[in-house]
Ligand binder design. Structure first.
Ligand code: ADP
Ligand code: MG
Length: 875
């Protein structure tokens, strides 16, 4: 740092900078937050600000940039998006009354994982901060959303850390710095994973001892048994590290983070990031059509909390048969009882995002509107309880049985806060007059004012006989009596002159002055009292955070359940039978997105059985519907295990422990994923981790390399899955060679997508049928498309030749391109053959001509002969 910034304020700034390493410091000065030095350069670039210098006189003066304080949220959002941590340094005392330099302090460090600003958060998404602690082969993972108060912890094998974090979808991950060096286990486990901003922290923050102490302190407990992590050092360490970080960044105790829930990986269907992406669960692949993710299509929730929960259910479907059936019972009831569902939706529609409101109430950031939203939401609860009398399914009965009406909270807010509070607390008028006697008195004084002034004015007019006398008010002089110069003589002696204008004089009187003090004093007192009362009410409500959170969760569950029922009703879903073996049968299955977006979607059947059709090899031309079909099967499995309905006419789903997907390079157009290496790494992941209860979806594996390579790999992989893993597998491929496998392996079966010639056009029927596709379907399609019979016959000949010769060339090209081109050349030869023959003969005849020994007549005769030859071939 240049030594040229030694004003006291800059000393203050430097100290702040030092205490908050790795952050950009937003330093409050007057109405602005200012950034200096490198912070200024970085912020100017990210936020598009103008860069100036602090002192223009000096050489190498310090760069500086600033933002208006009221626009803080907007700029914070940009900084966080750019992956930058921001330390917010505020003035801790009023600059007007401060002696010397204003006291300043960092009030909060804002990072991607610790956002709480409503404007920076998306209602639909949780915002998770995670941490990873490692002991030996195990890792503890902590995961908190401070905008809602949810806190989870899990213990997994080190190799599953990446999957676990990706399944949660985290914004920021805390890791011990020592474990993130190159080649270390953790850095390898997290390599190339989507885990948000990686924040490296000191190793001691991840110690079990520190963690144990922090957890006890934060949750106010004596031991950790209640959280199920008493004997799990890694879990304790991970949770502890989060608590340290929250204390450091938030500066206040987060009392709304009240529960800690242990998650067990074995309790959920595992969907890694690749699979989430390939199946377009929450985001669409840019390259592909409809632009609708599964979530977008199935989401029929009415509340923000319900939406987040449904998304969690989609990304973390269940695996326990009884639990799935428990949810199904509720969904079935709400599906069948449409009026019940309607009423439930009606109630839920009036409910605000209670989790987020409570986070803001407990951190002291909520205003009057939020309290009223909480109040109005809670007011709906009695209706819900009434509605629940009709419930028959166990799940709905259990849920409604634990609804807490929170009457004391409703009563308190209802009694204290006005119906429509101002957006800003500073505007005043948030507390009801009836709530506090003193407030009511003060208000009477302040508002009684208008009448008093009116009376006073008419009294003075009569007393002085000046009918144009007026009472006015301005900020400098307060209340005054104004008399125009024409009536100056009539002014009584008791008037004290205050101000002279061009055509009038302004006076005050003792009475007016006394009155003014009362009124103005009252307004200040009202404001101070209102703030005090408001904070009291807010704090009282904050004390009930646990109860409100419980109700919020119940409401979210109701919402997610009704959403599944609503969706099932809208699209004619059925509730599938759930089984623990792997026998799986779907009749009339549809792809959930295309089912909604296409006017005519062809349903397909699927059946897996341990004894025969376990590995399905699906061949068929491009655009036949292979990719759609294999994804559809995986999606229906996932939706079934969410406990809701699925688009089919009948189904039995054998519980899936994990869905694996691999989409071949040529089919995967999303950025940065098109290398063969990635393809093989993903395939390796499948082969190493799939179990006999997994569902494997392979779309064109082996495309990223030459055909012989590709076919061989795909072949070997399929054999391995079939023989060793014995997992349900759908393998779509355009390598018809692989159809051999369907014949050789006993539990593999061939399928193809039927194509039909319809009045000379190729029609894709999108129907999956038994048997492999016609080996030379490319030629078949060419024929259907109107290529002459001679050409396609010849193409078949060439193909047979090529196949027997087994030329070392890329089959892709040979098969789909070269073959047709070769055939086309042959046709050309046929077409142009007569002319070629004519040329040949003409050349031969001409070469034999001996001009020296020819008479002119002989010359003419020769010419005639050549012309005849030419004519013979061109007629
Ligand atoms: P492939 O993988 O065989 O090349 P896709 O699965 O990508 O084919 O499907 C191509 C297009 O065909 C899809 O975008 C969709 O519009 C349509 N399609 C696929 N399956 C069906 C179906 N069962 N019913 C109706 N249209 C379908
Ligand atoms: Mg495809």
């Amino acid at each position: 740092m240049a030594k040229n910034n030694t004003t006291p304020m800059m000393v203050q700034w430097e100290a702040m900078k030092e205490a908050n390493p790795g952050t950009v410091l937003f330093f409050r000065m007057g109405d602005f937050y200012e950034m200096f030095g490198e912070d200024a350069v970085k912020s100017a670039e990210v936020l598009g600000l103008t860069l100036t210098t602090r002192s223009k006189k000096q050489e190498n003066a310090m760069p500086m940039a600033g933002i208006p304080h009221h626009a803080l949220d907007r700029y914070l959002k940009e900084m966080i998006k750019a992956g930058i941590r921001v330390a917010i340094c505020d003035q801790l005392e009023d600059p007007a009354t401060a002696k010397g330099i204003v006291k300043r302090g960092v009030t909060r460090v804002v990072t991607p994982g610790t956002l709480i600003e409503e404007s920076c958060l998306e209602g639909d998404n949780n915002n998770y901060l995670a941490s990873v602690a490692v002991v030996g082969k195990y890792a503890g993972i902590g995961c908190v959303d401070i905008s809602t108060g949810e806190f989870y912890v899990s213990v997994v094998g080190i190799n599953s850390v990446g999957d676990e974090l990706e399944q949660m979808g985290v914004s920021e991950t805390l890791v011990p710095v020592e474990l993130m060096q190159d080649g270390n286990v953790l850095s390898e486990a997290l390599y190339a994973r989507s885990i948000g901003l990686v924040t490296k922290r000191d190793g001691y923050e991840f110690s079990e001892r520190e963690g144990r102490m922090r957890i006890k302190e934060h949750f106010g407990v004596d031991n950790l048994a209640g959280f199920g992590i008493e004997d799990e050092p890694v879990a304790i360490a991970a949770v502890g590290a989060i608590l340290v970080y929250l204390e450091e960044t938030q500066k206040i105790a987060l009392t709304h983070v009240r529960s800690l829930k242990r998650l067990n990986r074995e309790d959920y269907l595992v969907l890694d990031r690749t699979t989430q992406r390939n199946l377009e669960l929450t985001q669409t692949l840019l390259s592909e059509g409809s632009g609708m993710s599964i979530f977008k299509v199935i989401d029929r929730t009415c509340t923000g909390a319900g939406r987040r929960l449904l998304k969690n259910w989609l990304l973390r479907p269940l695996i326990d048969q009884h639990y799935i059936e428990y949810r199904q019972g509720a969904v079935r009831e709400l599906l069948e009882q449409s009026s019940l569902r309607c009423e439930l939706r009606e109630i839920l529609s009036g409910i605000s995002d209670l989790e987020r409101i409570m986070a803001r109430i407990t951190t002291g950031r909520a205003g009057g509107r939020e309290l009223i939203n909480l109040h109005n939401s809670l007011l709906k609860l009695p209706n819900l309880v009434k509605l629940s009398e009709a419930f028959l399914s166990q799940h709905l009965i259990d849920l409604s049985g634990i609804i807490d009406l929170l009457e004391n909270v409703v009563e308190l807010i209802g009694r204290s806060i006005v119906d429509e509070p101002p957006v800003n607390l500073r505007d005043g008028g948030v507390i009801r007059s009836e709530y506090n006697e003193k407030l009511s008195e003060l208000r009477a004084v302040a508002s009684g004012g208008k009448d008093w002034i009116k009376n006073f004015q008419s009294e003075e007019q009569q007393r002085s006989g000046i009918s144009s006398l007026k009472i006015g008010f301005n900020k400098v002089f307060g209340y005054y009596i104004e008399v125009t110069n024409t009536h100056k003589d009539k002014v009584p002696d008791t008037y004290i002159r205050k101000q002279t204008l061009a055509n009038a004089e302004r006076y005050i009187t003792q009475d007016l002055k006394e009155y003014e003090e009362l009124v103005l004093g009252a307004q200040d007192k009202i404001f101070a009292l209102e703030m005090k009362l408001f904070v009291e009410v807010r704090d009282k409500v904050a004390c009930e955070v646990e109860r409100v959170q419980k109700v919020a969760h119940i409401l979210a569950v109701f919402d997610a359940l009704q959403s599944m029922a609503e969706m099932a009703s809208a699209q004619n879903y059925i509730i599938p039978e759930i089984a623990i073996d792997i026998e799986t049968e779907i009749v009339g299955g549809r792809h959930p997105v295309l089912d909604v977006t296409l006017s005519e979607f062809t349903p397909n059947d699927t059946a897996f059985s341990d004894s025969n059709a376990l590995v399905h090899i699906i061949t068929g031309p491009n655009m036949a519907g292979k990719s759609t079909y294999i994804r559809q099967v995986a999606l229906l499995g996932i939706m079934a295990q969410m406990g809701g309905g699925i688009p089919a006419t009948k189904a039995r789903i054998g519980i899936i422990d994990r869905v694996f997907t691999r989409v071949g390079a040529a089919d995967d157009l999303a950025k940065g994923q098109s290398t063969f290496m990635v393809e093989m790494a993903e395939t390796a992941n499948i082969l190493n981790n799939a179990t006999s209860r997994s569902l494997i979806v392979l779309d064109e594996v082996g495309r990223g390399t030459s055909t012989f390579d590709g076919v061989s790999l795909a072949w070997a992989i399929t054999e391995y899955i079939h023989n060793k893993l014995r997992a349900r597998t759908l393998f779509a491929t355009h390598y018809h060679e692989l159809a051999e496998l369907g014949l050789i392996l006993d539990r593999a079966e061939n399928f193809n997508v039927s194509v039909r010639d319809w009045g000379g056009d190729v029609i894709f029927l999108h129907k999956i049928v038994s048997g492999s596709a016609d080996k030379s379907y490319g030629i078949h399609v060419a024929r259907l498309a109107g290529i002459p019979l001679g050409v396609t016959d010849r193409a078949r000949e060439i193909l047979d030749g090529l196949e027997t010769q087994a030329i070392e060339r890329d089959w892709d090209i040979v098969h789909e391109g070269e073959v047709l081109r070769a055939a086309a050349r042959e046709v050309q030869n046929e077409l142009f053959a007569p002319q070629a023959k004519a040329n040949d003969r003409l050349v031969v005849e001409l070469a034999e001509v001996d001009i020296d020994n020819m008479t002119p007549l002989m010359g003419l005769q020769k010419l005639q002969q050549l012309v005849d030859i030419a004519r013979e071939y061109t007629q």
